[in-house]
Ligand binder design. Structure first.
Ligand SMILES: Cc1cc2nc3c(=O)[nH]c(=O)nc-3n(C[C@H](O)[C@H](O)[C@H](O)COP(=O)(O)OP(=O)(O)OC[C@H]3O[C@@H](n4cnc5c(N)ncnc54)[C@H](O)[C@@H]3O)c2cc1C
Length: 389
């Protein structure tokens, strides 16, 4: 048998944004934690793509609380766009600009890799024990503790485990918990385009039926260093081909840029999945982030809600309120899934009534601002109170 690592009271499995936040939250509460990550640290640091770029104010505040200065650092590195616009087939139907204020920013837009860099640095500063490059393979929850074993044969004993090991969570499977839900048939293409100099005015733009992309829906979101372009594929369409053809259509989507350097691209589907329970029968394992729920990117609920899970999970271990955690965070995830379903219903507009409402709103928007506001907001699903993230 191999080495046995010193037992820690809390093991956090997975060093994505949620696991890193959970470790920091535990540290802030005086709970010693050990962070166990499958990938080598250099590989995790080199994960490609913008992914979760929208860091909500509520998340910045949580991070500031668990690691003073961290929320401010993330806000300072990111970008705040102050105008959002919605267009319908080349015609503007809604625009709103916000004045800069001295108050804390309402959000910041920064690639997930950069947020993770800052989280890792905060964990290092806090002196959190970390083991990289060795996946957790076996997890046995008992009445008083949890035993973990890595693929490399290292054993850990923990009072509790926060499972932040992502969508294919080993810990969730070992705990016998299922992840149930659906995946949309329609694909979406995401492309990051470099704009290091900030040449294009930073605005969030949703364009229904964009003429430059064959009438497909297009979402443009600026982040520090570039633009994220999401394009909704047609039913049954091969997203890979749309990516190959990007040099032809990107100039029509981002005409302000003289060149269109694609730094990352991917095809994804809307996932709406929820774990059968957020804790095991011994209430020793707490699921958090994508180990617990999968949400589509529209609405920016994935990472924001995952970080809220992480902070709540550490608090629940500290205050011995794991069952309440499991109920409250599962309910929050259900709300997020409900909101995501609303967004998808609107984006696909599969029902004739929904399509008719969109056409009518687009026609009415020039003289009825409420119609434009609805077209602007609906692609993200109903608004939730920040606390439910
Ligand atoms: C294409 C794309 C676009 C996205 N866009 C957005 C967006 O716009 N907004 C948004 O909010 N979210 C977005 N997301 C989702 C966002 O990236 C996730 O919500 C976020 O990464 C979840 O964080 P996590 O820490 O729960 O999981 P992950 O980031 O997946 O981290 C899990 C970690 O656990 C590790 N791990 C896995 N198995 C083990 C094991 N057995 N032992 C130890 N470690 C293990 C993994 O290596 C990984 O480091 C997007 C995702 C993708 C793929």
């Amino acid at each position: 048998m191999s080495a046995v690592a010193a037992p820690g009271p809390l093991a956090v499995v997975g060093a994505g944004p949620v696991g890193l936040s959970a470790a920091l939250a535990a540290h802030a509460l005086g709970l010693p934690a050990v962070l166990l990550e499958a990938q080598p640290r250099a590989a995790a640091a080199a994960r490609p793509g913008s992914r979760a770029i929208f860091v909500h104010r509520a998340t910045l505040e949580l991070l500031e609380r668990i690691s003073p200065g961290l929320g401010e650092q993330i806000a300072a590195r990111g970008l705040v766009w102050r105008t959002k616009r919605t267009l319908w087939a080349g015609r503007e139907v809604h625009a709103r600009s916000y004045r800069p204020s001295s108050a804390a920013p309402p959000f910041t837009s920064l690639p997930q890799t950069m947020v993770e860099d800052l989280l890792r640095a905060a964990c290092d500063r806090a002196g959190i024990a970390q083991h990289w490059g060795d996946p957790v393979a076996r997890v046995a929850s008992e009445k008083g503790s949890v035993r973990l074993r890595t693929a490399g044969g290292v054993a850990h004993e923990a009072s509790h485990v926060i499972a932040a090991d992502g969508p294919r969570s080993t810990v969730r499977a070992e705990a016998g918990l299922a992840l149930r839900g659906s995946t949309s048939a329609t694909g979406f293409v995401v492309i990051d385009v470099a704009d290091a100099a900030g040449l294009a005015e930073p605005e969030r733009i949703f364009h229904y039926r964009h003429p430059a992309v064959g009438g497909r829906n297009v979402l443009l979101v600026p982040f520090r260093g570039g633009w994220r372009v999401d394009v909704q594929c047609r039913p049954g369409e091969d997203g890979g081909r749309l990516i190959d053809e990007a040099p032809d259509w990107l100039p029509g989507v981002l005409p302000q840029l003289p060149a269109h350097e694609v730094t990352w691209s991917s095809v994804y589907r809307f996932q709406q999945r929820l774990a059968s329970a957020f804790t095991d029968r011994h209430q020793r394992i707490l699921l958090a982030g994508e180990a617990a729920h999968l949400l589509p990117p529209f609405g920016a609920r994935g990472m924001n809600s995952g970080i809220a899970d992480a902070v709540a999970a550490a608090r629940a271990v500290h205050t011995a309120t794991v069952p309440a955690y499991a109920v409250a965070r599962r309910a929050a995830a259900q709300q997020n899934i409900h909101a995501a379903a609303g967004a998808l219903d609107h984006l696909l507009a599969a029902r004739p009534r929904r399509r008719a409402a969109q056409w009518a709103a687009a026609a009415a928007a020039p003289w009825w601002p409420r119609a434009g506001r609805w077209l602007d907001a609906a692609p993200y699903g109903p608004q939730l109170r920040a606390v439910t993230y």
